[in-house]
Design a protein around this ligand. Structure first.
Ligand code: HEC
Ligand code: HEC
Ligand code: HEC
Ligand code: HEC
Length: 219
């Protein structure tokens, strides 16, 4: 039995699972069951054609989900946090972390989309301001509107910060970290890949023996 399992695991590695990105389809980010006719997957987050008019969603990439209007999420701080000078509240903003919080702060319905392929054309004027539709996030995945006790996001992680801290990898020397940063800043998606749940929960890399944490932290 163990041998069979070994063969199966090797087989799946050989078939490319280890190198190719996996799909969002079938993960907890696949909400297509709520759209019985079209069964679209990407539409809960993206649309190929953003609607015109206010409020503009300027954050790439082609965002389709109503952003949260939460004005302040608070910011992380501690006596040893060296990023205090650059960390900024994401409240009311359009950082890549706001995209996540458009579902994960529990204030916006999961089905609040600008372009919804299953709904009849919205009433005139309503295209740009979708009503709050669908259930809200609940359970553990509802992070609420206070991020001050969560891993800091929305601050610059550069050589200067690594030097000041003394126990951080210098991102300038590490292409993996560079690929996880957004314009040089740490965001939710610096640790998570919303499209790939290979490393539960949607992590960018395996965190066995805290490998993902140790990509940035020398601990
Ligand atoms: C639950 C929300 C969600 C779903 C569903 C989703 N995405 Fe995304 N996507 C995001 C977020 C958030 C970002 C920005 C963060 C990032 O780049 O990782 C993003 C970024 C992207 C990007 C630009 C950056 C990159 O990773 O290449 C592309 C292209 C993209 N998504 C395509 C898709 C397609 C195609 C689908 C459907 C098969 C899809 N996404 C489904 C949330 C989602
Ligand atoms: C993309 C890089 C990156 C990853 C991955 C990452 N961190 Fe961080 N983390 C940072 C940076 C940069 C800081 C800011 C450090 C500082 O200035 O003190 C930080 C701050 C922290 C702090 C607060 C430090 C303080 O002095 O208050 C803790 C604790 C922490 N991280 C733990 C973790 C853990 C646990 C993981 C894995 C689950 C992790 N980090 C993954 C980059 C990362
Ligand atoms: C369109 C809404 C939506 C957006 C946008 C979204 N998520 Fe989610 N996310 C969900 C839902 C729904 C779940 C499943 C919740 C549950 O099972 O209770 C989930 C679950 C998760 C989980 C838990 C893993 C699991 O499988 O239960 C993580 C981690 C996560 N999301 C991270 C992110 C991050 C990071 C972003 C932004 C890069 C993001 N999400 C954007 C809807 C969203
Ligand atoms: C430093 C890395 C890091 C950052 C930054 C980060 N997460 Fe996570 N997140 C994790 C890890 C690791 C877990 C799994 C925790 C566990 O298993 O105990 C997790 C778990 C989650 C979960 C599952 C529910 C839970 O609380 O365990 C959600 C949802 C989530 N993150 C969303 C987000 C969102 C949204 C952001 C941005 C505001 C974010 N994460 C920023 C590393 C990170």
């Amino acid at each position: 039995m163990k041998k069979l399992l070994f063969v199966l695991v090797c087989g799946s590695l050989l078939s490319g699972g280890a190198v190719t990105a996996q799909s969002v389809v079938g993960t907890n980010h696949d909400m297509s069951a709520a759209l019985p006719t079209s069964q679209r997957v990407c539409v809960f987050c993206h649309t190929p054609h953003q609607p015109e008019g206010p409020p503009q969603i300027t954050t790439d990439p082609l965002w389709n989900h109503t952003l949260s209007v939460t004005a302040s999420y608070g910011v992380y701080d501690s006596p040893t946090f060296d990023g205090s000078g650059t960390i900024a509240d994401i409240g009311g903003g359009q950082t890549v972390s706001n995209l996540c919080m458009s579902c994960h702060d529990g204030t916006v319905g999961l089905g609040s989309l600008y372009n919804n392929p299953n709904l009849p054309p919205p009433p005139a004027g309503n295209e740009e301001v979708p009503t709050n539709q669908g259930t809200m996030m609940s359970g553990n995945s509802n992070m609420g509107t206070d991020l001050s006790n969560d891993h800091p996001v929305n601050f610059t992680y550069d050589t200067a910060l690594a030097t000041a801290d003394g126990e951080l990898v210098d991102p300038a020397t590490d292409p993996t970290i560079q690929g996880w940063l957004f314009a040089g800043t740490v965001q939710c998606a610096s640790c998570h890949d919303p499209h790939d749940n290979t490393f539960f929960p949607f992590l960018n890399a395996t965190n066995v023996q805290s490998a993902m944490c140790r990509t940035c932290h020398i601990k």
